[in-house]
Ligand binder design. Sequence first.
Ligand code: FAD
Length: 415
Amino acid sequence: MVTTTEFSVAIAGAGLSGLCLAQYLTRAGIDVHVYERDPGPFVRRQGYRIILDRFGLEALRESLPRPLFRLVLATSDEPGGHLRFTDSRLRDAFTITFKDEAHATRQVDRLTLRSILQSGLDGRIHYGHSAIGVEESGRGRLRLHFSDGGAAEASVVVGADGVRSALRAQLMPDAEPANTPMAGVYGRSPLRRNGESVIPEPLRTSGVLSIADRPGRAFFFTSMRFGENPPDAFARLAPGSYAPTGDDYVMWGLLLRQVEVPFSFRGDLLALRELAARKSAGFHPLIQRLVDTAELDATVLNPFATGRRPRRWAVPRATMMGDAVHAMPPFGAHGGNTALRDAALLGSRLVEALASGTPVEDAITRYQNEMVPYAFRAVDTAAGLMRRLTGNAAAPHWVLTRVLPRLHRVTVPEA
Ligand SMILES: Cc1cc2nc3c(=O)[nH]c(=O)nc-3n(C[C@H](O)[C@H](O)[C@H](O)COP(=O)(O)OP(=O)(O)OC[C@H]3O[C@@H](n4cnc5c(N)ncnc54)[C@H](O)[C@@H]3O)c2cc1C
């Protein structure tokens, strides 16, 4: 039996799941440290928003101190809204309406969420530490190794190092994700020009997936309006924590085939934005304007991959969470929510084991057995949606782009 005082957790990766688990364990009085590859907390723009569903929100409610959870809700967009599927000229095919309830679905700015998740973890997040492997160090402890030759010891190691995980090949040797034919070029554009919203009123609370006439191409956009301005909300609920500036924006993503992105463009922001402009030329003028006004340094290329179910967990007392296990294409907004759900579940299983004196290995096995079914349901759903919305199957594409839009009036005139 391990007692709370001699028990410690080392997490590789200070993304959504790693920080959420660190919050959960810190609240429970457990010694936890997070090791992050990036040299500092805000070196990458990550200028997009994510939709939190009931699983993500519940995980945050369980993990965060009350004022920080209130901060998530205070800075998020208003609840409710729609997801519209349209043709390339923004004529509606069909619409999904989200519940207008505070705890059902909320749109949050990812950078703001990360900042909230870091609050109160001073001295527990170590930047510039790139994890490369795990080994038994004896006396029931593990050693997490870093690329600079350093190492950290802990009772349990958790790999939360994202879709290109360095720990996966060792911890889940049969579960390397599969590549897909699709990728997204993401960008962000100011929501207001000369004081006016660039998004017309009928789309104010909508995410829009506009499907091109040719299969395999689509354009997504949605606006992110901060509920309360982050600096004000942080001053009230997390004084002393870093508050990102809260300018409202439009997040967009051009979905295209990976073969359409020349290899030399990867990491070249200007080339990526110009590619997005060329490939969105056939879409509604509103979409073209979004690409033309995009902030260059927020441009990101994301090749889509799908995780494979792990059959074997190779290192006892080491486990994994989030995209490192269950990478999925960003259809249906499940990736981050599933990652947060993993963190709260693993946190609760570890805390229960310590309280009841059951072996930590059993707690980790229970976590893995519960996580794999729900996480891979989400992977299958996301991959299925991607195939239906961007695949080559002629009938669904024809119905979405030719039949259904004719049944609706024009939503956004092309003036
Ligand atoms: C444009 C876009 C929109 C999205 N929208 C949504 C949405 O609406 N809803 C939703 O649920 N999900 C969404 N997602 C998916 C979501 O962002 C991810 O699923 C989520 O961030 C996964 O969390 P994670 O903790 O597993 O990994 P991440 O948040 O990616 O964090 C991994 C961390 O590990 C660090 N790291 C990497 N390698 C190492 C290493 N070797 N050692 C130490 N640290 C390392 C990375 O720097 C990073 O900080 C979206 C994704 C994209 C790209």
